[in-house]
Design a protein around this ligand. Structure first.
Ligand SMILES: [Zn+2]
Ligand SMILES: [Zn+2]
Length: 136
């Protein structure tokens, strides 16, 4: 079981998995939403995922042309997971909120064209200038 929670513990989630992909997104929206150089994302099937607690949805226009929906704890402001309208079968867990962070093992970086020099990770990641061409 994949589980996680926000900083204050009021909001929690779980997924029976499986983890579908592990990437780091460096798009400007992820930078602004997180206040960091990118967001580590673990994709899981939406049908496997449940959450409880005081969660608010923040909607912005995503690069796909569909709204990007970020789910945030109302109490503490932690970014927990995304429910992108462009990919209704997916939940994108923000890996820093996982209870067991070792579940996340990134193999690719997205939007490296927007990544600041100080945010490159010392990992052998496949780098995509924007989104990968395939169907994730
Ligand atoms: Zn919280
Ligand atoms: Zn992003």
């Amino acid at each position: 079981m994949i589980t996680g929670r926000c900083l204050c513990g009021a909001a929690r989630y779980e997924s029976s998995g499986p983890g579908l992909f592990s990437i780091v997104c460096h798009c400007r929206d992820c930078q602004r939403a997180s206040g960091s150089g990118g967001v580590p994302v673990l994709g899981v099937p939406r049908g496997s995922f449940t959450s409880i607690g005081p969660i608010k949805q923040v909607r912005t226009q995503g690069g796909s042309g569909h709204p990007a929906v970020r789910n945030v704890c109302i109490e503490c402001g932690s970014l927990l997971f995304g429910t992108p309208e462009s990919a209704p079968d997916l939940v994108t867990i923000y890996a820093g909120t996982l209870n067991d962070c070792s579940v996340f093992a990134p193999d690719a970086a997205l939007f490296v064209s927007q990544r600041p020099p100080w945010a490159a990770l010392a990992l052998p990641l496949v780098e995509h200038q924007r989104m990968p061409p395939a169907d994730q």
